[in-house]
Design a binder for this molecule. Structure first.
Ligand code: FAD
Length: 427
């Protein structure tokens, strides 16, 4: 069975590895736009478009260190270098992913500098399970020449942190200062002596507020959510959401007005699948909900199409491993999926349960504390042993609590891994 894997970031590499190792004898072909594996962890100073006129994929900034300790961030059976600290620099993650690709001998499966342009189903009348897929690709530096190959299955691993989501902000058109999105934030020195507003106090907004505060004059971290309850650098101020912008200033929702030089949107990203043919029917609605997807993973009408890594607020690499192990069970015929109607009902029930918990619609793929239950559902569906030890959850929860209390210092903590157990060692 020929399987196309789009993207060779962490998710694509995991897919190639599990396909290659499966006794069923799959033939994986990886497609990667850039010249290296690692996806978003391949830092570049560049922003905007690259030398080929294609959008820069990486959202890393120069000083970024992980917000999860390496002991729980790693793929289940492939640890990071034990000599590294727990919270590592982004270059160490890129190096880890290259080592993963080398260790499992994955480079030979990947067509680098290759852009997947189009994916379309080759349908047999009235039999969606027997469909094949045409995957059309081009050399990233010469898009005129396109090649189409046929596959039995497609695993989409194109990431979702490269297309900025910028909310409507009254007055943005009149604001004369600098405006950018966290996707294009690279170094604090670019903000030396400036008064900067960061809109959005999620993981990126919090981390960047601390990074940029080392050079900026004043940093205003603007959010509609309950204010953070931890100590921040002296020049970082918590402020409510933005009411509107003026030429040189911002007015917050408490009517406080302040002069600023720069506005940095830390407002997340859009899911995009520009290569999926419209007849596949994958829709991303205005709340960033993707349908039709069973378990945030399987296209319920075309169940040989899989979308990996869409969930948010998770331990990504371990979850990718679980998702792709489930895909292996489906592709190999080890497990039977429920009927299309049952999958669609499950998808609707999932959304209804979120609504009942009071979550907004834009949290359709948000996991947080529910990620473990979701992983367990996949383990059960796929009929394999859970590869994630319970200690990963315990450490994840512990890190979350520590971060809430000590945003400036939580990355100084150290963790260790003894066999399958992970424990907190020292600050
Ligand atoms: P990506 O890494 O984005 O890879 C997608 C790949 O697909 C890219 O290489 C791209 O070139 C390729 N591609 C896309 N479209 C095409 C196409 N049409 N044709 C060919 N190739 C294509 N996770 C953690 O575990 N810990 C952290 O501390 C952490 N910090 C983060 C900080 C930032 C700023 C960001 C943006 C993310 C962070 N993450 C963190 C999450 C991170 O995104 C995931 O860990 C993971 O790396 C995502 O992998 P991926 O393979 O899904 O996507």
């Amino acid at each position: 069975m020929r399987v196309a894997v789009i993207g060779s970031g962490a998710a694509g590499l995991c897919a190639l590895r599990l396909l290659k190792e499966h006794p069923r004898g799959f033939h994986p072909v990886g497609f990667e736009l850039s010249a290296e594996v690692g996806g978003t962890w391949n830092y570049t100073d560049k922003t905007g478009t690259d030398e080929r006129g294609l959008p820069v994929q990486s959202s890393m900034y120069k000083n970024l260190r992980t917000n999860l300790p390496k002991e729980i961030m790693a793929f289940p059976d492939f640890p990071f270098d034990s000599s590294l600290p727990s919270f590592i620099h982004h270059t160490d993650v890129a190096e880890y992913l290259r080592r993963y690709a080398q260790h499992f001998d994955l480079y030979k499966f990947i067509k680098f500098k290759t852009l997947v342009e189009h994916v379309s189903p080759v349908c047999q009348p009235n039999n969606t399970s027997a469909i094949k897929w045409n995957v059309t690709y081009s050399a990233a530096d010469n898009r005129n020449e396109q090649t189409t190959e046929e596959f039995e299955s497609v695993i989409v691993c194109n990431g979702h942190y490269s297309t900025p989501l910028i909310p409507d902000t009254p007055g943005l058109d009149v604001f004369e200062g600098e405006v950018l999105h966290s996707h294009n934030y690279r170094t604090p020195s670019a903000f030396r002596g400036r008064r900067v507003v960061l809109l959005g106090a999620g993981a990126s907004g919090q981390d960047i507020s601390i990074d940029v505060s080392s050079e900026a004059k004043e940093v205003f971290l603007s959010s509609r959510k309950a204010p953070l309850q931890c100590q921040l650098p002296e020049n970082v101020h918590l402020v409510p959401g933005i009411k509107h912008l003026k030429e040189k200033s911002v007015v917050f929702e408490n009517d406080q007005e302040t002069t600023i030089d720069s506005l940095l949107f830390c407002t997340g990203y859009k899911y995009t699948f520009p290569f999926l043919d419209p007849k596949i029917g994958v829709k991303v609605d205005e709340d960033q909900r993707i349908t039709p997807l069973y378990k945030h993973l399987v296209h319920s009408k075309f169940p040989s199409l899989f979308l990996i890594g869409l969930c948010k607020t998770i331990c990504p690499f371990p979850q990718f491993h679980v998702q792709i192990s489930t895909v292996m069970s489906i592709l190999s015929g080890k497990v039977q999926l429920p009927s299309r109607q049952e999958m669609e009902k499950d998808e609707a029930d999932d959304l209804a349960a979120r609504m009942a918990r009071g979550l907004p619609r834009r949290h359709a793929h948000e996991m947080g504390p529910h990620q473990w239950e979701y992983n367990a559902q996949l383990v059960q569906l796929g009929g394999f042993q859970d590869p994630i030890p319970v200690s990963v959850k315990n450490i994840y929860d512990y890190v979350h609590r520590t971060r809430v209390k000590n945003l400036i210092g939580y990355k100084k903590e150290k963790y260790t891994r003894v066999g399958n157990d992970i424990s907190h060692v020292a600050s």
